[in-house]
Design a protein around this ligand. Structure first.
Ligand code: NDP
Length: 480
């Protein structure tokens, strides 16, 4: 049995309490590692280490910080297969997906911010004719980064890399459900020569160590990705301390298919945007809005394709879907499918848990599920399920599509499929979503602002947005 360790002050250390949490492989249901159940004492050590490291790291040149971040990126690349396998075992996702998506993106995050910091600039304003102002951006100090289980290393590094790039010291907590690649990253940070105390990883429960990070007086900013209910707790803990807070939360994203869409492209991409990573991506389109005139054709073709998807051992290359992340999550998804039926929905395909034979007989698998016949306002169509479940909803015209798309409390992402450019622009302008993809999905450019509106979050990540979040601005005015 492997015992994971915290990474504090440049060293891998056991939790002071000696307490551990089971780490379960969701494809087999077996406990395969133990995670530190960290508490306030461990956090105090991490804060002390970060405080000592901060003055020197903040004054390290951008070139030097860049070199270290790029070394971490290249170590992720050279360990890519090992990390992809670890991510698949920890999370249940197909290993081929981890290889092409999660791990390359983790490396890209360090590479992107390791180079972005070399191009950082600040503004100056000339106050004719008497003064000149310039804006200074300084690292905040100690910042907290808390990430979820669905894209573990991908989202963890998306926060850590910009925070470190601008000179902060970081206290980070991965989800206790998927801690393995964060642990492996701490080994790589040591190998890359990241100075001690600059990055500290404390593992453990969200309600315990996560909440302590949110409440800690010395941690001056929190970048959080996770559920909306948890986001609220972080905001409540941070507000009285006037912490800077960035919240990337849940979604109930509409995938709008107009009658004039490129049918094949919309169909094929909708399979991916519905079921990639078992539907456990905050950007998945869980509500497919289809224009009435093509509704039946799209529905039938979609269901035919979904029926061919293979749910299987995440280590098999032929598996399209692996396990969902935990038994508890499997139950939550199945409960929502039951609710959908109670609300009058008809299951067109799936709707059940999948029991595999052999190694994965005790794993947590759910069949990709398509539902129709539900009101857009019922709970199934309003609440985030975060699993391989989509609901089909017909619409008559553009105005109805916009109204249906905007009718949930969320506003993270939306997809629009149409060959008519004016329609695409008009609809995009009226959707209440922070991220809109036209005729594509998950086509990412790391320079663009990333985040949601309404209950999907506060603030934006990505590009210079993240560098700005992790810095404190000062305006300096010089009288000429
Ligand atoms: P949670 O909100 O349950 O957890 C996210 C992280 O917060 C975990 O590390 C968790 O720890 C920690 N946490 C839990 N409670 C607290 C607390 N009181 N104080 C501080 N930290 C806490 O989300 P999930 O892990 O279940 O992730 C799924 C959610 O994330 C979905 O809603 C999804 O939409 C959203 N998400 C949003 C994205 C975006 O960019 N907008 C991207 C990806 C996911 P632990 O797991 O150890 O309890």
């Amino acid at each position: 049995m492997q015992y994971l360790k915290n990474y504090i002050n440049g060293e891998l250390v056991a939790p002071l309490s000696g307490q551990y949490i089971d780490n379960v492989n969701p494809a087999t249901g077996e406990v395969y590692a133990l995670i530190p159940d960290s508490d306030e004492q461990d956090l105090a050590l991490a804060v002390e280490a970060a405080k000592s490291a901060f003055p020197s790291w903040a004054n390290t040149s951008a070139e030097e910080r860049s070199k270290i971040l790029l070394r971490i990126a290249s170590l992720i690349d050279s360990n890519a297969d090992r990390l992809a396998l670890a991510e698949s075992i920890d999370n249940g996702k197909p290993v081929h997906l981890a290889k092409v998506m999660d791990i390359p993106r983790a490396s890209a995050n360090f590479h992107f911010y390791g180079t972005a910091i070399l191009h950082e600039y600040s503004e100056s304003h000339f106050t004719t004719p008497i003064a000149i102002n310039y804006t200074l951006r300084k690292p905040i100090g100690i910042v907290g980064c808390i990430s979820p289980w669905n894209l573990p290393l991908y989202l963890f590094t998306w926060k850590i890399a910009p925070a470190l790039a601008v000179g902060n010291c970081v206290i980070a907590k991965p989800s206790e459900i998927t801690p393995m690649t964060a642990y492996l990253l701490s080994e790589l940070c040591i190998e890359a020569g990241l100075p001690k105390g600059v990055l500290n990883l404390v593992h453990g429960y969200g309600h315990k160590i996560g909440q302590s990070i949110a409440e800690n007086h010395e941690i001056q900013a929190i970048s959080f990705t996770g559920g909306t209910a948890t986001g609220k707790k972080i905001a409540l803990a941070g507000a009285p301390l006037f912490k800077k807070i960035s919240l990337e939360l849940g979604g109930k994203n509409p995938n709008i298919i107009f009658a004039d869409a490129n049918f094949e492209a919309a169909l094929t991409t909708s399979i991916r945007s519905s079921f990639a990573n078992q539907g456990q991506i905050c950007l998945c389109g869980s509500r497919i809005l289809i224009q009435q005139s093509i509704y039946e054709r799209f529905r039938d073709e979609f269901v035919k394709k979904v029926a061919t998807l293979q749910v299987g051992d995440p280590l098999n290359v032929s598996s399209d879907l692996g396990a969902v992340v935990s038994k508890q999550h499997q139950e939550k998804v199945l409960d929502y499918i039951k609710l959908a039926q109670e609300e009058g929905g008809k299951i067109l395909v799936g709707g059940n848990k999948v029991i595999l034979e052999g190694r994965c007989e005790n794993g947590f698998f759910v069949a990709p599920t398509v539902i129709e016949g539900l009101s857009a306002y019922c709970r199934t169509n309003q609440e985030e399920i975060f699993g391989p479940v989509v609901s089909l909803i017909p619409f008559e015209d553009e105005q109805e599509a916009i109204a249906l798309a905007n009718c949930t409390p969320y506003g993270l992402a939306a997809m629009i499929w149409t060959e008519n450019l004016p329609t695409a622009h008009r609809v995009a302008h009226q959707l209440q979503s922070g991220i809109i993809w036209i005729n594509c999905w998950l086509l990412r450019d790391l320079r663009t602002p990333f985040g949601g509106m309404k209950n999907s979050g506060l603030g934006r990540e990505g590009g210079f947005e993240a560098l700005r979040f992790f810095t404190e601005e000062k305006n300096i005015c010089i009288k000429l």
